[in-house]
Design a binder for this molecule. Structure first.
Ligand SMILES: *Cc1c(COP(=O)(O)O)cnc(C)c1O
Length: 382
């Protein structure tokens, strides 16, 4: 399928090419080179964090964070069921058990009140996920963590540039991870980062990222580590992206504003994204929900959009509903309902107002088309 408009697209119109060419010409293409530390510093500064450790993707960043905190078999980590699968998988890689919680309306990040009910004597950490770019209500969560002696590991893969009560995502919690996959706020192709205020943790993250090799004795490995290093080429792209981070974020905000404007008169059909009073949303994906009384299948709307050349995407399936995690038979009604009715519209820095208006027009036409199909397939009343 070739789309007229993609749901996401990297925006590479800064110094990306120049810096990548520099890597090639200097032959520093592997995981040593000047761009890696530079990229780490840029992200740390931007997040008001003291330390940053780059990795080869967002999933390894999360695994490395949990492993460095000593999460191991027998431990439990509380995770919102509505997230990308990597959130729970990273817990599993440590041999620990993800314990799911539901999210709360209207911003759909995890509900701090539900966290307490899931704490046991095995709980070691809470994973907060700023979903689609809306920050998590960290105040209450940090208090709970303090009271029960738990780590707060934030999977902020989708939320670089979001803020909680004026504080950048990345500055609060035990440590915070980011992803730089091609569809994220900024990209390095594949890439990830962990930021933290804790210097000891940062050292441990670096040790385990590089195969557990002793910092003072070459080829002497003090424990079982990983190779989760980022390449200089990826970091070079990352530096160019970070130079223009304000541009990337303001373009997304502009796109979101256009969507709000175009769709505000259709709030009988959709619930538009919500921004809490304490939140600064970074609009990774402009995600709306079709109201219950709109009797059309979300997936039929996505297919109708596809036929019109516009790529959209369904909200994540809650993790407890998928085969690796179906052992959890608890009910998570908010996540289940949202996942069934939610749809993410194209959101990236390359969209124009004309594109956004086209997406909205085609969305309304798709809903119309799908609902008239339902009517004509209904048996006629006598
Ligand atoms: C993208 C994403 C990840 C994983 O990042 P990768 O770089 O693709 O490994 C993890 N968690 C969430 C919430 C994400 O959106």
């Amino acid at each position: 399928m070739s789309y007229r408009i993609h749901v996401a697209e990297p925006c590479l119109d800064g110094n990306e090419k120049i810096y990548v060419m520099d890597c090639l010409e200097s032959s520093w293409i592997s995981s040593r080179g000047k761009y890696i530390e530079q990229f780490e510093e840029m992200v740390a500064d931007f997040c008001s964090a003291k330390h940053a450790v780059a990795t080869n993707n967002g999933t390894t960043a999360l695994h490395l964070a949990l492993a460095s905190l000593g999460i191991c078999p027998g431990d439990e980590v509380i995770v919102p069921t509505l997230s990308y699968i990597a959130s729970a998988n990273a817990v599993r890689y440590c041999g620990a058990t993800p314990v799911f919680v539901d999210c709360c309306m209207p911003h759909l990040t995890l509900d701090p009140a539900q966290v307490v009910a899931k704490i046991t004597n095995k709980t070691r950490a809470i994973m907060s996920v700023p979903l689609y770019g809306h920050p998590v209500d960290l105040g209450p969560l940090l208090e709970i963590a303090e009271e029960y002696g738990l780590f707060v590991v934030e999977d902020a893969a989708e939320a670089l540039g979001a803020k909680y009560r004026g504080r950048p995502v990345g500055s609060l919690g035990t440590c915070v991870t980011f992803s730089f996959f091609g569809n994220k706020i900024i990209t390095t192709g594949e890439g990830g980062m962990i930021v933290t205020q804790d210097g000891d943790l940062a050292n441990r993250l670096r040790l385990l990222r590089g195969q557990g090799v002793s910092p003072t004795r070459r080829y002497w490995h003090t424990e079982v580590g990983f190779n989760y290093r980022m390449t200089n080429i990826c970091a070079a792209i990352g530096c160019a992206q970070m130079e223009r981070i304000d541009y990337h974020l303001s373009r997304r905000r502009e796109v979101a504003d256009w969507y709000f404007e175009a769709l505000k008169f259709h709030d009988d059909i959709f619930v538009l994204p919500y921004q809490a009073a304490w939140a600064h949303h970074c609009y990774w994906m402009f995600t709306l929900t079709m109201r219950d009384h709109v009797g059309v299948q979300r997936d039929a709307v996505i297919q109708a959009m596809e036929r019109r050349g516009i790529e959209t995407r369904p909200v994540f399936y809650p993790m407890h509903s998928m085969p690796p995690y179906q052992y959890d038979t608890n009910r998570y009604p908010v996540a289940d309902r949202y996942a069934l009715r939610g749809i993410s519209l194209p959101t990236h820095a390359g969209l124009s107002r004309v594109d956004v208006d086209l997406v909205c027009r085609e969305l309304m036409a798709s809903i119309q088309e799908v609902s008239s199909q339902i009517e004509t397939s209904l048996p006629r009343a006598a």
